[in-house]
Design a binder for this molecule. Structure first.
Ligand code: ATP
Length: 137
């Protein structure tokens, strides 16, 4: 068993997809270990995505991720990181497999409904970014 970290992004929360996305995540076998509804400041969004600072879409990404509410969560499942990335589908929803969360709910590569950590190490770092010791179990 291990953990991953996810965010339901502002496009999905604002379109009312939060419940359906959480339902799909839980039905796929993930257990929620911590969860919060919050909003990132541009400063916090910039910090979270600092690894992408040199990418051409960084400014757009930071503006988008601070444009509305998000849901942050720590999820547990065997093989969590890889299985969750499979569940969400390709970064670009046009290339995402049928039945994936991005295929079901995302509009574009920028506004792609959900985030999923890309490694166990980043899952830990990203979970700690949002949740202190008393907010996860
Ligand atoms: P995430 O880290 O959100 O799970 P990912 O690992 O699938 O996404 P990355 O290549 O790490 O994708 O990009 C991080 C995020 O940056 C993407 O989810 C998307 O929101 C945004 N992004 C990536 N490529 C583009 C692009 N060409 N234009 C606009 N935004 C982009």
């Amino acid at each position: 068993t291990n953990r991953t970290f996810t965010m339901i992004k502002p496009d999905a929360t604002s379109k009312g997809h939060t419940g359906a996305i959480l339902d799909q995540i839980i039905k796929a076998g993930f257990t929620v270990k911590a969860m919060k509804w919050t909003k990132l400041s541009t400063e916090k969004a910039g910090e979270f995505y600092a690894v992408h600072k040199e990418r051409p879409f960084y400014g757009e990404l930071v503006d988008f991720m601070s444009s509305g509410p998000i849901v942050a969560a720590i999820l547990e499942k065997e093989n969590a990181v890889a299985d969750f990335r499979k569940l969400i589908g390709a970064t670009n929803p046009a290339q995402a497999e049928e039945g994936t969360i991005r295929k079901n709910f995302a509009a574009s590569v920028g506004e792609n409904a959900v985030h999923g950590s890309d490694s166990d190490e980043n899952a830990e770092i990203e979970g700690n970014f949002f949740f202190n010791f008393f907010e996860r179990y």
